[in-house]
Write a protein that binds this ligand. Structure first.
Ligand SMILES: *[C@@H]1O[C@H](CO)[C@@H](O)[C@H](O)[C@H]1NC(C)=O
Ligand SMILES: *[C@@H]1O[C@H](CO)[C@@H](O)[C@H](O)[C@H]1NC(C)=O
Ligand SMILES: *[C@@H]1O[C@H](CO)[C@@H](O)[C@H](O)[C@H]1NC(C)=O
Ligand SMILES: *[C@@H]1O[C@H](CO)[C@@H](O)[C@H](O)[C@H]1NC(C)=O
Ligand SMILES: *[C@@H]1O[C@H](CO)[C@@H](O)[C@H](O)[C@H]1NC(C)=O
Length: 294
């Protein structure tokens, strides 16, 4: 009962030191101090926590350095997304654009989980244990039932991914650009597929930007757990708040993109006459085992 005793002593001391204080106020102050006094002391509850992603020994120094930097950028991206929501809540226009009228707790939770959660077993590797990297356009994949917490990064990634500092550069904008243009959002996507991160709840409920925007208006309870929505919101918030403050690079969906978005039923990659067709088709495995090329 040391705490109690020092509280009493504190109260007595302050009463003596400043007799001008009203007793009621003095006691209020004392209560506040007592509440903050018992800091959670060393109970080792957190021992064994893993704060860093694991990069497998199959990655050479160059590869490991780039993956580590990319993952660091993912953390910067998700921390900012969370902080933007914590600061502005659903009054943010960017929030309303992507999450509609949904409550803020769920997206804050997913972002926080990646930013500050335990990273045990979240492994990134560079060998090609499932022999997928040789396939045209594969920049990485989730190992699925072969190892649910493992992600393979293929050599193509080092050629095509851009750093977070380049957000809004290269003519990229949120509406028309691909989310896997940047290491930060590509790795965010891959992390959300890992069951211990996305819990099988974060999934693909919308296929592209147009559907993400529509989902926010029609079924926002799915927006807050949609993989693309979580990536796009984070990119737009970062672009608007950090990359080009007050402006960002939201962009407007070009009519070519909008048109291709409306005739969705064909999953084939038709020869689009647009500039984006120059980019290689990139493939990865989804949590349900479905292979997705974009
Ligand atoms: C924002 O959240 C409040 C509750 O905190 C709710 O009353 C309000 O309708 C929400 N606004 C929008 C635009 O979703
Ligand atoms: C898992 O391993 C099997 C056998 O090597 C392979 O056929 C399959 O493609 C692998 N799964 C993934 C998601 O790579
Ligand atoms: C690391 O691996 C990459 C292939 O992903 C290769 O291009 C590079 O030369 C290797 N770096 C070193 C230092 O061995
Ligand atoms: C949110 O919007 C949806 C339509 O998008 C509507 O069905 C739902 O009632 C709204 N919820 C709230 C709390 O306003
Ligand atoms: C997008 O369209 C709106 C309305 O048509 C316009 O005000 C805005 O300047 C456009 N933004 C860009 C980046 O083109």
């Amino acid at each position: 009962m040391d705490v109690l005793r020092s509280a009493v002593l504190l109260f007595a001391a302050s009463a003596v030191a400043s007799p001008a204080l009203l007793p009621r106020q003095a006691s209020t102050v004392t209560v506040t101090q007592v509440a903050s006094a018992p800091a959670p002391t060393a109970t080792a509850w957190n021992s064994g926590a893993v704060d860093e992603f694991t990069i497998h020994s199959s990655c050479n120094n160059t590869e490991a350095a780039q993956i580590k930097k990319g993952l660091g950028e993912t953390l910067i991206l998700v921390r900012h997304a969370r902080d933007h929501i914590l600061r502005f809540g659903n009054s943010s226009e960017i929030y309303q654009k992507y999450f509609g009228n949904a409550s803020t707790g769920e997206p804050i939770g997913w972002y926080t989980k990646i930013a500050d959660g335990n990273k045990a077993d979240l492994l990134f590797r560079c060998d090609d244990p499932d022999s997928n990297c040789g396939q045209e356009g594969w920049a990485g994949h989730w190992r699925g039932e072969n190892a649910t917490s493992e992600t393979v990064i293929c050599p193509l990634s080092y050629e095509v991914r851009k750093p977070l500092e380049a957000l809004c550069g290269f003519g990229w904008d949120v509406a028309n650009g691909k989310t896997n243009f940047y290491w930060a959002s590509d790795l965010l996507h891959r992390l959300l597929h890992v069951p211990t991160v996305g819990e099988g709840i974060v999934e693909h409920y919308a296929e592209d930007y147009a559907e993400v925007i529509e989902l926010a208006q029609t079924e926002s309870s799915l927006s807050v757990r949609d993989s693309d929505t979580l990536q796009l919101f984070a990119l737009e918030a970062y672009a608007h708040d950090i990359s080009i403050p007050g402006e960002g690079c939201a962009g407007n969906l070009s009519s070519a993109e909008a048109a291709s978005a409306t005739d969705t039923p064909s999953p084939t990659l038709s020869e689009e006459p647009s500039a984006t067709s120059a980019a290689p088709a990139e493939c990865h495995t989804h949590a349900d085992g479905v292979v997705h090329c974009s």
